[in-house]
Design a protein around this ligand. Structure first.
Ligand code: HEC
Ligand code: HEC
Ligand code: HEC
Length: 387
């Protein structure tokens, strides 16, 4: 008797559920579900969606990598702020600039981010910024493989609560502020690279004096997605090939980078190359500067690494499409070598050859080479800045 009762109840439950699903399907089929953003969500829907979102972010954040050292570096904040101004502000607003009118009409509306770092940990912010949030309009990072760029953005979000409007503007627009120029394409670049193509304290690669062919090939590679960068792919999106070529010519024409490491100009060849020998067969013990210069001049034959100078100059046979590295920012160079090693960078038509070399470069040699090529900490001297 009891068994029959239970079977009957189960059958009624099944009919009930099927009926509900059918009714729901009919309502949707008849077009009666209001998907208009103007009406917002019911508060119960709002609470439920945010509950799901918060739980998912917390759980999936456990799968993300731990934050890197030096997350509070000023260069990280500066780099991400320039991108935030162009790619996030039109939805989230900025300090002392309330939520933009159009974004406020989204369902759900993008929240202001000025205090977001007080609610989320670094890894959770990393998860949100890298992967976005489904069904809400919050986009994923353009170059998913560029974890370093996402960490830059997390560094910026963590610095945001302490920023007033002036500090934000300095970080997002650079020391020159908004660019009063009719050249809108260049104005977009100046926010980060300045008019002088300098590194602004190690935040950006030096463009001034870089080979024009290399700059043009790099911009084309960003535009086609063959070189991965959420920041640069966004910056060139929608620009015509002819405009990119013109911008490459502009930055290449400024005084800046050279072919040889600047240190080599002052150090005598004897100190540059003899030091590793006296240090017992070369290696980091001989001092990174000297060891770096040694690798640039001779390579690391045991590892199958050719002399960098053979391609990056100075050499009359250098392919003009190969970049100049003399005076480039050290942190930028080291990061690019690591990205190439991880096959996460891509690049112009000749990047394969460099990826293979970077893959063979021992870890300490990466920093030694970057430091030797940088020779000095930042980009061109301020004297190089036009009017
Ligand atoms: C098209 C509009 C849009 C753009 C552009 C956008 N977001 Fe969002 N973002 C949203 C929306 C909508 C939410 C709310 C998601 C939710 O309610 O779950 C959100 C949520 C977030 C959150 C979580 C906020 C919280 O309080 O939980 C962070 C962090 C964030 N966005 C960062 C960024 C960053 C950084 C950028 C730029 C790279 C960006 N967003 C670009 C729409 C946008
Ligand atoms: C939001 C800041 C930002 C803006 C705006 C920006 N850039 Fe960049 N640019 C960067 C960063 C950061 C990098 C380093 C990319 C990387 O790490 O892969 C870079 C890299 C480059 C490179 C590659 C340099 C090299 O040595 O390989 C070129 C060329 C370049 N930018 C040109 C431009 C031009 C031209 C514009 C304007 C259309 C522009 N950038 C706008 C931040 C910016
Ligand atoms: C066979 C030629 C060749 C040799 C040798 C070579 N490179 Fe390169 N390197 C290239 C090319 C080509 C690129 C440009 C890749 C691209 O298209 O983005 C490049 C790019 C780079 C970059 C990125 C520059 C930027 O502005 O983003 C770094 C850093 C670099 N090389 C370091 C080195 C170091 C260090 C060595 C020596 C250990 C070396 N290279 C040896 C050909 C070479």
């Amino acid at each position: 008797m009891k068994g029959l009762d239970r079977r009957l109840r189960l059958r009624h439950l099944a009919y009930g559920l099927a009926g509900l699903a059918l009714a729901g399907g009919l309502v949707a089929w008849a077009g009666l579900v209001n998907i208009g953003a103007s009406s917002g969500h019911w508060s119960v829907t709002n609470v439920a969606l945010h509950w799901v979102m918060r739980n998912a972010v917390r759980t999936y954040a456990l799968l993300e990598p731990a934050p890197p050292a030096g997350l509070d570096e000023a260069a990280r904040v500066r780099r991400a702020a320039g991108h935030f101004e162009a790619a996030c502000v039109f939805c989230h607003g900025a300090p002392e600039r309330p939520s933009p009118l159009l974004a406020a009409r989204m369902t759900p509306p993008p929240p202001p981010l000025t205090h977001v770092a007080e609610h989320w940990g670094a890894r959770e912010l990393f998860r949100i910024v890298r992967h976005g949030v489904k069904y809400t309009g919050m986009p994923a990072w353009i170059a998913l493989g560029r974890e370093d760029e996402v960490w830059d953005m997390v560094a910026f979000l963590k610095a945001l609560p302490a920023m007033d409007d002036a500090a934000y503007r300095r970080a997002a627009l650079g020391p020159q502020g908004p660019e009063p120029t009719a050249d809108t394409a260049l104005a977009g670049c100046v926010r980060c690279h300045g008019r002088d193509g300098g590194s602004d304290g190690g935040a950006f690669p030096v463009l001034a004096g870089q080979s024009e062919a290399y700059l043009a090939a790099s911009l084309a590679a960003f535009a086609s997605g063959r070189r991965a960068s959420g920041v640069m792919q966004f910056a060139v999106d929608g620009l015509e090939e002819a405009e990119l070529a013109r911008l490459a010519r502009y930055y290449a024409g400024l005084p800046g980078l050279g072919e040889a490491p600047p240190a080599a100009e002052t150090a005598s060849p004897a100190t540059a190359t003899a030091a590793p020998g006296t240090g017992g067969g070369g290696g980091p013990a001989a001092g990174p500067g000297a060891w770096g210069l040694e690798i640039i001049a001779r390579g690391l034959p045991a590892e199958g690494v050719p002399a960098c100078a053979g391609c990056h100059g100075p050499s009359s046979a250098r392919n003009p499409a190969y970049p100049r590295l003399g005076g480039q920012d050290a942190a930028y160079l080291a990061n690019q070598l690591r990205l190439m090693k991880a096959e996460a960078r891509g690049g112009g038509p000749y990047q394969r050859v460099m990826q293979v070399i970077a893959g063979r470069l021992p870890e300490q040699a990466t920093d030694a080479d970057a430091a030797a090529y940088a020779g000095r900490p930042a980009g061109p001297a301020p004297a190089a800045r036009p009017d």
